[in-house]
Design a protein around this ligand. Sequence first.
Ligand SMILES: [Zn+2]
Length: 240
Amino acid sequence: MAQRLEPMPTDWRRALAVVAHPDDLEYGCASAVATWTDAGREVSYLMATRGEAGIDTLDPAACGPVREREERASAAVVGVSSVEFLDHADGVVEYGTALRRDIAAAIRRHRPELVITLNPDDTWGGTYWNTPDHRAVGRAVLDAAGDAGNRWIFPDTDAAPWNGVRWVAVAGSNSPTHAVDVTDGLARGVRSLLEHRAYIEALTDQDPEVYARELIEGSAREAAEIFDGRPAVTFRLFPR
Ligand SMILES: [Zn+2]
């Protein structure tokens, strides 16, 4: 059995989740977001792209607005009303100062103590190759948490520097350190993923409800094995 995970910190008020695509947070993390917003914490979402290259049968010009709508509906299910899009191009997001600047500017605007992102490693589980967008955005988020606090880096953003990010939590990490008990958020986590109906229907022949439930409940059960038997969402926590 792997090492037991620590509970995620709870002494914070505001979180900003920054990921590459609509649906990235709904593949697990949303159940944790539901438990956080239940406790009165404020969570905002920032997408680097609109996910417009995510559905093979749909032209990007038509796809972007569909995926944006689905993301806003997903967020609402777990108590998130602030959803922003940076409009980097889906599939070809470039790691670099332009991306770091956009994310640092958002961190300065939202002033979160906790920043959340998705696995930026080369792989999922060692053999499933990660996407370029996830690698680029995840790395840029970890870097931008520091950039946001330095007034000499990106000095021309609208909001003032914010050096209050205490942790960056990486969801879907191959080597998690922390977890959140999602007993009370799991059902909403499933419904949140189900809001990506156009995406799921293009992805699989499985019934969307069965697909979403099996996926979200399955990964929470798997995490329970290293979190005292409690259904959980796991994170690798980077303190600052
Ligand atoms: Zn993605």
